[in-house]
Design a protein around this ligand. Structure first.
Ligand code: AP5
Ligand code: MG
Length: 194
């Protein structure tokens, strides 16, 4: 089993690159943003609670997200591995994920961090907002999300660096070039499924 965390600020391309990685390496994609948006659209109690935070560009509380992840991992017991997109976003989430995987006799093998300058992030997210139907489509919420990332999520990079798992990758080249760089790192652990 190979487990990868795709890390980086909002708009750095985690969702875009996850799709390509999933189809090349046949990993299970776990995106907490997608899981939460699904709960919101079904108007579940979890979704209704999460929406209050998401609409303001704030992180959803750790216990909500951690509970959701645990259930999702159990749904795919025979997978080649997981790609975590948008999770963990806080140090407690990172610690909880390590415990959860340890319990399943596996671990995070690699963390790839997409590095993109802030003005480009804002430009990309405003562009996506024109068609996505997501609530984070205006500059005020986008700036708030980036602040939240710098305050609460950025420290997760140090956590993985301390564990010798973090690799930084330039994320503001083209989608294809960025993907090529990511594959160079992943291929050290897992070969593409042809
Ligand atoms: P979530 O949906 O996880 O947001 P995110 O994935 O961090 O950020 P984005 O989706 O905004 O960016 P991305 O990096 O995936 O970029 P993308 O590929 O789309 O979270 C939403 C909310 O849910 C959070 O604010 C929070 O409230 C809550 N939440 C989720 N997980 C949580 C957690 N673990 N804990 C607590 N709360 C949580 O690309 C962006 C745009 O750029 C696209 O238009 C794309 O086409 C374009 N693009 C991508 N790559 C390139 C490139 N190389 N060149 C040019 N354009 C590019
Ligand atoms: Mg995303």
């Amino acid at each position: 089993m190979f487990n990868l965390v795709l890390f980086g600020p909002p708009g750095s391309g985690k969702g875009t690159q996850s799709e390509k990685i999933v189809s090349t390496y046949k990993l299970e994609h776990i995106s907490t943003g997608d899981l939460l948006r699904n709960e919101v659209s079904r108007q579940t109690p979890l979704g209704t609670e999460a929406k209050k935070y998401m609409d303001q560009g704030m992180l959803v509380p750790d216990e909500v997200v951690i509970g959701m992840i645990s259930g999702r991992i159990d749904e795919s017991p025979h997978s080649r591995g997981f790609i975590f997109d948008g999770f963990p976003r806080t140090r407690p989430q990172a610690e909880a994920l390590d415990k959860l995987l340890d319990f399943k006799n596996t671990k995070i093998h690699l963390v790839l961090m997409l590095d993109v300058p802030e003005p480009n992030l804002i430009k990309r997210l405003l562009g996506r907002g024109e068609t996505s139907g997501r609530s984070d489509d205006n500059e005020e919420i986008i700036t708030k999300r980036i602040k939240e990332y710098n305050a609460k999520t950025q420290p997760v990079a140090s956590y993985y660096h301390e564990h010798g798992k973090l690799e930084k990758v330039t994320g503001d080249h083209s989608v294809e070039d960025t993907f090529k760089t990511l594959t160079k790192h992943i291929n050290k652990y897992l070969l593409p499924v042809t």
